[in-house]
Design a protein around this ligand. Structure first.
Ligand code: ADP
Length: 261
């Protein structure tokens, strides 16, 4: 049985085809979330990557920020449920999921059997989210995917003291003008995101095994700063940005099994 999970985020659309609730057979990701062509383009990539078409799919579940507006799925499920399911799919003994997306950051605590026991979220402030990195990358005229390599060259990470993204933006511009090196600035920016999110994680409580999900998880400088601050190992999987979509596909599989039994 093939199920499809679609995660329409605030900035990025992700989708995953899952076979028999076990094997990811294709994935698609396009920048552009709710209200853009992103979801359709990400889906088109799936059909290009496989010799399948939409008729092969038994059930489609949509999740994410834009899930309520999407027509064409068999059901919609909350991001928290999907991230927890997707996280456990990749790391079966996962207890704490740190998700940093384009517009929010969430800490999801799971009990031993994988049920969500607590969650804490920041969706009020751009600092500590992908938005902060997007704004800073834009000022530095850098690609978001190059921040990690740049931070790795830092000798003395710059201190970004402003807690507000708008003020931090001015601070970065003035530090740049004062000759602070790009690697030191980028490392400081990554540490600033990690410091915001680690405060959130402490509120939720951090129980190993811990992993990161969401687009920002792709940045190793944020991951290692977070790991250092929380004094815990943080696992990463290359599919980290797809956890919501994986969870949605898995949810669809379980739902279809129940209906057929
Ligand atoms: P959403 O579901 O809210 O759209 P995602 O979990 O898909 O969020 O993550 C999107 C965010 O991740 C964006 O802010 C994007 O800039 C950021 N991002 C993507 N790739 C990277 C990367 N390599 N390093 C840091 N941030 C990244």
């Amino acid at each position: 049985m093939i199920t499809l999970g679609i995660d329409i985020g605030s900035t990025t659309s992700k989708c995953v085809l899952l076979k028999d609730g076990q094997e990811i057979i294709a994935s698609g990701l396009r920048v552009g979330g709710l209200g853009t062509e992103g979801p359709e383009e990400a889906l088109a990539d799936l059909w290009k990557l496989t010799d399948l078409d939409p008729s092969a799919v038994t059930r489609t579940i949509v999740t994410g920020y834009g899930r309520n507006k999407y027509e064409g799925a068999d059901g919609e499920v909350s991001e928290l449920t999907c991230h927890a399911l997707g996280g456990r799919f990749i790391f079966p003994d996962l207890r704490t999921l740190i998700d940093i997306g384009g517009q929010d950051a969430k800490i999801i605590s799971l009990n031993e059997s994988g049920r969500m026991s607590n969650f804490v979220m920041n969706d009020k402030c751009a600092a500590g989210t992908g938005r902060f990195l997007d704004v800073m990358a834009n000022i530095l005229r850098m690609d978001i995917n190059d921040l990690e390599a740049c931070a790795a060259q830092s000798e003395k990470p710059a201190s970004i003291s402003s807690t507000c993204t708008v003020f931090a933006e001015s601070e970065v511009i003035s530090q740049l003008a004062n000759g602070v090196s790009r690697p030191d600035l980028v490392a400081g920016i990554c540490e600033s995101v990690a410091s915001r999110v680690s405060a959130l994680a402490r509120r939720a409580g951090v129980v190993p095994r811990v992993c990161m999900s969401g687009g920002v998880a792709r940045n190793g400088a944020v991951r290692s700063a977070l790991s250092k601050s929380l004094e815990v190992d943080i696992d990463f999987d290359p599919m980290a940005q797809y956890f919501g979509a994986i969870g949605a596909a898995l949810y669809g599989y379980r739902q279809a099994l129940k209906q057929n039994s």
